[in-house]
Design a protein around this ligand. Structure first.
Ligand code: CO8
Length: 373
């Protein structure tokens, strides 16, 4: 049986940046307007005044300095505060497929593959643009791939969970070369009016090629030594938007129909789970955490990643051991650990070990142990 390798990655980066200063200026203008418009109710105690956000808080609490977004004006418009996208006719490539195709073509070029070489497409992200047909099948057609495609969603762990499906498909022989794409248009389901989370997310798309080692021609190959997935139900990160909303006569614009979380609980509960998950997987593979040359971790909060690394290697986390891309990209849901892997692996040598690990809503944790060939 041939080994299974990751032989190429690609990244779509949106054209617009929103800095923390721009975001906070817009948010605070919205707060001032809201408080002025509701002054009487606030005075009477029937409404609570909104509090302003601050750049200092955002950078200290999260490590985020800016985010990329596909559309910026609608988000910063205090009378709207979400992106403005033109609806597209059914015969035009949908936006989610478009960014996925962009990232996919870059990953295919890196792996030396054409559409005809790919026989499975998995589109996996924290939210899908539509219910059906599957985004993956539209992407499959757009890149000229063979075989089959399907969508899946495990929120922030969507990429690692999809990679395990890709690895298993190649191992079992149901596919020989799989494209995994993670188009994350988080700006459309982020809650930009909520001070607790308005700074967290950014848009992006990542793509990964997984194939049999004996078909791989890329100079940059990463053997997948193992993958491990775990889930445990929690309501601490939740979004109730869905096809039942209409039948339940619930308001599709209500607060529970966009991203919401108990951030502090998530922080406390997920760090030990993620560290134990990685350690457990490494133990099974007879690898010490300190033998791992690089950890490409989920990018939700710089403090979280520092704690995970400290628990694992009992040393100060450095950019060399666990590179952070959060400051530039913010939290990009499932794509974060893959962006880190995409941007920060060129200096590793044959034989070096690395771990990709995601953690987030579900709760969910997914990890892959890789060895540079
Ligand atoms: N500006 C100024 N002050 C603020 C702000 C703000 N914007 N927000 C809160 N504060 C204040 C609070 O009011 C509070 O004040 P006080 O102490 O007086 O009560 C104080 O700051 C501290 O507030 P918190 O306790 O909420 O702040 P934390 O230190 O916990 O930091 C974080 C908040 C950054 C959110 C932090 O808790 C965190 O990062 N937690 C981890 C979250 C995480 O990893 N979540 C994963 C989500 S991603 C995922 O799983 C994928 C989901 C699907 C994608 C969805 C895409 C849209």
């Amino acid at each position: 049986m041939s080994a299974v390798v990751i032989s190429g990655t690609g990244l779509y980066q949106p054209p617009n940046i929103i800095t923390n200063a721009e975001l906070v200026a817009s948010f605070n203008a919205y707060v001032a307007k809201y408080n002025a418009e509701h002054a009487a109710e606030i005075e009477a105690g029937t409404l609570t005044a909104l509090s302003p956000s601050s750049v200092e808080f955002i950078e200290k609490a999260s490590g985020i300095k800016q985010r990329y977004v596909i559309e910026k004006e609608g988000i910063l418009d205090i009378n709207r505060m979400y992106p403005r996208f033109e609806p597209r006719p059914d015969d035009q490539l949908s936006l989610m497929a478009e960014i996925a195709v962009d990232a996919a073509k870059k990953a295919m070029a890196a792996a030396g593959k054409e559409g005809k070489d790919i026989d499975a497409v998995i589109c996996s992200s924290a939210n899908m643009q539509r219910a059906y047909p599957a985004m993956a099948i539209e992407i499959q057609q757009a890149i000229g791939a063979r075989g089959y495609g399907f969508d899946m969603n495990v929120a922030c762990s969507a990429a690692t969970f999809a990679l395990e499906q890709a690895v298993n498909a190649v191992r079992s022989g149901s596919a020989s070369c799989v494209l995994v794409v993670n188009p994350e248009i988080t700006s459309a389901h982020q809650e930009w009016k909520d001070r607790d989370c308005h700074f967290i997310f950014g848009d992006v798309c990542t793509a990964v090629i997984v194939e049999r080692a004996d078909t791989a021609t890329s100079k940059d190959q990463w053997e997948v030594l193992g993958s491990q997935l775990a889930t445990q139900f929690s309501n601490n990160i939740r979004n109730n938007f869905g096809f039942m909303n209409r039948a339940e006569d619930s308001d599709p614009t209500a607060r529970d129909k966009t991203f919401r979380q108990e951030g502090r609980k998530v922080f406390k509960e997920v760090v030990p789970v993620a560290a134990a998950h990685i350690e457990g997987q490494l133990t099974q593979l007879h690898i010490q955490p300190t033998d791992v040359r690089r950890y490409w971790l989920h990018q939700a909060n710089s403090g979280m990643n520092q704690l995970v690394i400290r628990k694992l290697i009992n040393a100060e986390p450095t950019q060399d051991v666990a590179p952070m891309i959060l400051d530039e990209y913010a939290n990009t849901a499932s794509a974060g650990s893959i962006i880190a892997f995409h941007l920060h692996r060129g200096d590793l040598k044959a034989g070096d070990l690395g771990v990709i690990c995601s953690f987030g809503a579900g709760y969910s944790v997914g990890s892959l142990v890789l060895r540079k060939r």
